[in-house]
Design a binder for this molecule. Structure first.
Ligand code: PRT
Ligand code: MG
Length: 216
């Protein structure tokens, strides 16, 4: 098998925050995905290329071996399930938290105490299901693909489960965080077969990522 390596990244914060880790491994991406429309980017190392995919598709490309390794948020990995993936390193990048939020006027704690059935809109259906089940709260989950913050404002749901970083999106939409589900950061994920077959080429990169993220 060739020792050509393919790394799957998503555009935006994950790409930007992975660049310094790649540089620690001596790898420089020579094209910018924000200005180039290319989906396959070359690096200064002819043996390493980067593919640009949707954040939620990174685990799928790596699971099937279309990419040897990738970077994905814990939110995305939790929903995917992690099948076929080895997750050796918490890179401590793209940090945020997964929370439950409601409209400022909605008394969430009281609704929970009264055993009300809550309508919850989210992109993170598995995470939400597990969270409310563990609390014994009955919910109807409504799957959305984005802009969860809108749902309580127009009566689609009582609550949302979404990622929060600075909190400014919630504030701008008159929503408040009422529960903290988990801390989120991004992890390196590696295809299990690639780990065995391309170990010689992968290991130095994993080591460089590990030491570059250790002090974060
Ligand atoms: O945007 P797209 O639909 O293509 O996919 P994506 O949203 O999954 O990708 P991207 O690139 O936006 O996020 C990639 C990863 O970054 C996520 O999987 C998370 O692990 C991580 N991350 C870190 C975040 C945030 N911080 C974050 N703040 N992902 C999303 N957000 C969103 C959040 O959903 C909310 O709408 O930003 C908004 C809140 O931000 P604040 O700062 O206003 O609180
Ligand atoms: Mg996004």
């Amino acid at each position: 098998m060739s020792q050509q390596l393919t790394l799957a990244l998503s555009k935006g914060r994950i790409f930007e925050e992975t660049l310094p880790l790649l540089e620690a491994a001596g790898i420089k991406v020579t094209e910018d995905p924000e200005t180039s429309r290319k989906l396959i980017l070359q690096t200064n190392d002819p043996q390493v290329r980067v593919i640009i995919v949707r954040a939620s598709d990174v685990p799928t490309y790596v699971q099937y071996g279309a990419a040897d390794f990738g970077v994905a948020g814990k939110d995305v990995l939790y929903e995917h399930g992690g099948e076929g993936l080895y997750q050796p390193i918490d890179l401590k990048i793209a940090k945020c938290r997964m929370s439950v939020a409601v409209s400022a006027g909605f008394d969430y704690q009281n609704a929970v105490r009264q055993g009300a059935r809550l309508r919850v809109a989210t992109k993170y259906v598995e995470t939400a299901r597990e969270h409310f089940a563990s609390k014994g709260v009955h919910v109807d989950l409504i799957k959305l693909y984005g802009s969860m913050e809108l749902a309580p404002l127009v009566g689609l749901s009582d609550a949302i489960v979404d990622l929060v970083s600075t909190g400014s999106t919630l504030r701008a939409n008159n929503l408040v965080e009422v529960e903290h589900i988990m801390e989120i950061s991004s992890r390196l994920v590696v295809n299990q077969a690639a780990l065995k077959l391309k170990r010689e080429r992968l290991q130095p990169i994993l080591d460089a990522f590990e030491s570059a993220s250790r002090n974060k």
